[in-house]
Design a protein around this ligand. Structure first.
Ligand SMILES: Nc1ncnc2c1ncn2[C@@H]1O[C@H](COP(=O)(O)OP(=O)(O)OP(=O)(O)O)[C@@H](O)[C@H]1O
Length: 321
């Protein structure tokens, strides 16, 4: 069943210098229990999409379009109702657990706060729930009396995961959950997340600039560039047969130990400034396949017969949106 459906999601930040069009006309589905990997270079709008779904962007941010969660639109929902959903049905894990954990609060108080916001169970029950959540992430329950600084980076991220799972959400949005960790800990955390996701049957949006992370964990992949969703497909199709020139270039720029004699390429140029985005395709000035129309008109969202989406003039008019 469909858990989340984004429809023409558009987000612009208000700044003193003008509007920043961080996300434009993004539509995509997310099924129950699915992992969607959202990838792209820094500044392409990935975190903004997560923030829009969670309703945690600055107040003056303009959001249009829909984010239908079990059929109910989160974007137009009153903030009080959204607060009830956030932390319970949809939870989040951020890159740096130190900024999300309160340094002067013991771990148990973090858990109690989350649980008390959403349920009216007794303190004993809440503590028992917290202990179980900690054990799920491989941390001994006697750590509940510790402060965040008493834990290593990897353990703090485990605590964040336990906190995000404690109320059994339907969706977890994980924004660069392993980026601040060293490689071995990264792999462990990713494995832990996948294991818990299977066990608790939740869906996950995994936001990352690291194609290695999504190769490991995602079912479907959304590739973002300059605020646009330029490609959306199953992981297998994205890796085996990418359609968008940006996806191809991105894959070619990833070191792959399995293909030893391949030449690694980097993508020359820079992503566009979203304060004043170029007309047409955002990738046109870096794209080796660019045609005249690419810098004149925004490409359509082309829906392929096998359920993929690509936003590129190379694939014709498609279903023009
Ligand atoms: N609070 C804000 N006010 C104004 N502009 C913002 C704000 N947050 C993000 N932006 C801008 O919105 C665009 C998208 O940023 P976003 O953080 O969503 O991208 P990202 O792909 O998640 O990148 P990163 O991985 O670096 O966080 C960027 O141009 C960024 O500068």
């Amino acid at each position: 069943m469909m858990l989340l459906q984004l429809e023409d999601l558009t987000v612009s930040y208000k700044t003193r210098e003008g509007r920043v069009l961080a996300v434009e006309n993004v539509s995509l589905p997310l099924e129950e229990k699915e992992t969607l990997g959202l990838v792209g270079e820094s500044g392409c709008g990935k975190s903004t999409m997560g923030g829009a779904i969670l309703g945690i962007l600055p107040r003056e941010t303009k959001i249009t379009g829909k984010a239908l969660f079990s059929g109910i639109d989160l974007i137009s929902m009153p903030s009080k109702r959204l607060r009830q959903i956030r932390g319970k049905e949809i939870s989040m894990i951020f890159q740096d657990p130190m900024t999300s954990l309160n340094p002067v609060m013991k771990l148990k108080d973090h858990f109690l706060e989350t649980i008390n916001t959403h349920t009216d169970i007794s303190k004993e029950e809440a503590l028992a729930l917290s202990e179980r959540a900690l054990q799920e992430v491989g941390i001994s329950s006697n750590r509940l009396n510790d402060y965040p600084f008493q834990l290593s980076g990897g353990m703090r991220q485990r605590v964040m995961i336990a906190l995000s799972l404690v109320l059994n959400p339907k969706l977890v949005i994980a924004d660069e959950p392993t980026t601040s960790l060293d490689v071995i800990v990264q792999a462990q955390i990713l494995q832990l997340l996948k294991g818990l996701q299977n066990k608790f049957k939740m869906a996950m949006i995994l936001i990352t600039h690291d194609l290695g992370v999504v190769a490991e964990a995602a079912d479907n992949i959304g590739v973002m560039y300059g605020g646009h969703l330029v490609e959306y497909a199953s992981k297998r199709k994205v890796y085996k047969d990418p359609l968008h020139p940006y996806t191809k270039d991105l894959l070619a720029s990833v070191p792959n130990t399995k293909i030893e004699d391949r030449e690694l390429r980097f993508i020359p140029g820079y992503p566009p400034n979203l304060m004043n985005p170029p007309r047409g395709c955002r990738y046109a000035d870096r794209c080796s396949k660019a045609m005249k129309i690419c810098s004149e008109k925004t490409p359509p969202n082309v829906q392929t017969d096998d359920g993929r989406l690509v936003k590129c003039w190379l694939y014709g008019e498609g279903e023009v949106k």
